[in-house]
Every structure is written in structure tokens, then in C-alpha cells.
Design a protein around this ligand. Sequence first.
Ligand code: PHE
Ligand code: FE
Length: 288
Amino acid sequence: MADPLHVYDAPPLGANADWTIPQNWEAFSADEHAMWDHLFARQSEMLPGRAAQAFLRGVDVLKLEKPGIPDYRELNARLMAATGWQVVAVPGLVPDDVFFDHLANRRFPAGNFIRTPDQIDYLQEPDVFHDVFGHVPMLADPVFADYMVAYGKGGLRSLGFGALHKLARLYWYTVEFGLIAEPDGLRIYGAGIVSSYGESIFALDDPSPNRIGFDLLRLMRTEYRIDDYQQNYFVIPSLEHLLKVTVETDFAPLYAQLEALPDIAIADIVPGDEVITHGTQYYARAKG
Ligand code: PHE
Ligand code: FE
């Protein structure tokens, strides 16, 4: 059987050297647009009171409530006006250096396919719903938009230090699975959470996972899992804090320091942690 994942060694036929392809919006079928609408309705129903203010503002500013998979010609006009970012279509996962180069240049690569009905609750790779609904609203926020540019540049730099493995944890625990403390309580902003029905609830309300205050060095020592809900979430006090700390820190000495420090096991609480929730971990243990 052919590899079912959208993973390629080189840009596939028809793709540009930077791996982008035309979105070819007209080619999405009625069933594919209906899948988007189904996922959009299910997520947007639960997001008030759960999603970060910046995320909700982004959904609004970008007019994502318009039915169907967004047409990037329209979406990009709004996104460009907000923060200078644009969404570009790619066939699937792209190599790290290509991904970072896109981010550094304010382009967010989005997989140009949508999950099938048997993948509604879980799929192994990012589709257009995860990439656009999950990631793009935050890119309409000026502070987060700058953070993602800085991350792209930092990603390219990390390759020279062989430190991508450590930096990837920062992406994971912020861009994908980040929580933020807002005046009314904890909110979700990570794309992996906001695009997941189950994790939108689990990440905020479940007693199982730890919730720990954001600390850059501690975070970059922490392992993560890709196969199930997180056992651990890091909480930022504000997007401004996240941007300031990461931009003002030179990661070169941090990478050197991390070389000498042991990793922290996924669910461990360590001295110095600002513990917001000491999770029971019942969920992860039950699956043991
Ligand atoms: N300041 C980081 C460095 O020196 C770059 C970076 C910025 C990384 C923001 C992640 C997020 O490499
Ligand atoms: Fe993602």
C-alpha cells in the first residue's frame, strides 16, 4: 500500500521549490466543505469562555464563520491587513528548514487536504482544519504574529546548533498546546487544543494534567507526547511576556546549558515549578 500520510522526501510534482502549491480552492468537493463546516460548528460552540481573547478576535477579524474551507485569496487579504501574514498551501508536512523559512517570512504553510469522516476526532498529521482554524486566528494578533516570525528565525538558527529537538518543545508547549492566564481564568490558545474537541475540554477542566507556569529553561527540558492528550500544559501570563522572554533571550547559551541538564519526565513536578494544577494523571495512567 502507498504511504497513507502526506509525507514526501522532495516537493512532489506540481509543487514549487519552497513546497508551496496553488490552493486550487475550486477543487474542494461539497463533502469536504461540509466536513469543515461540521468541525467549525463543533469547535466554535465551545470556544467562548475557553479560547483566548486573541483567538476569538482572530476568528472574528478573519471572518472564519463564513461557510466552507476558506478561500486563501479572501483570507489572506484580511490576514495581511491585520499582521502582514499569509497562509500558503502545501501538500503535507514540509522539511524543518523550509517550515522555518516560511515562518520567518510571515507565511504559514497549511496542508491542502481535509480529514475524512473516519478521522473526525483524531488524525496523525495536520490537515487544513487544524492548520487554518487552529493556527491562523492567532496569527491575526500582532504580538503572536511577531512571536511566530521570531520562532521561524530561531528555528533556522537552532539547526546550526543541532538544537532543534529542544526548540521544538517550545513550539509544542506554546504554539500547539499553550494555555494563557486571562483575568477571567485559564484559556486555551494552542492550535492543537483549539482544533480538538476532546482536548479543548480536557486541557482546561480535567484534573488529570499538570498546569505549570511558563519557564523557558524548564519547558525546554520537558518531554512531550504526540499520541494522546498532554500530561502537562504550560501557562503564559500574557502573549507579550512570551514574545519578550523568547526574543530577548539568546538561545545559544541556553542550548549549551540544556546539553548538560537532564530532561524532565513528562509528568514530573520539579522544585521551582509554579504549580497551577498538580494533576492526578489518572487519564494517562488508565491508558498505561
Ligand atoms: N531568541 C532566540 C535565539 O536566540 C530566537 C527565538 C525567538 C526562538 C522566539 C524562539 C522564539 O535563538
Ligand atoms: Fe499545528
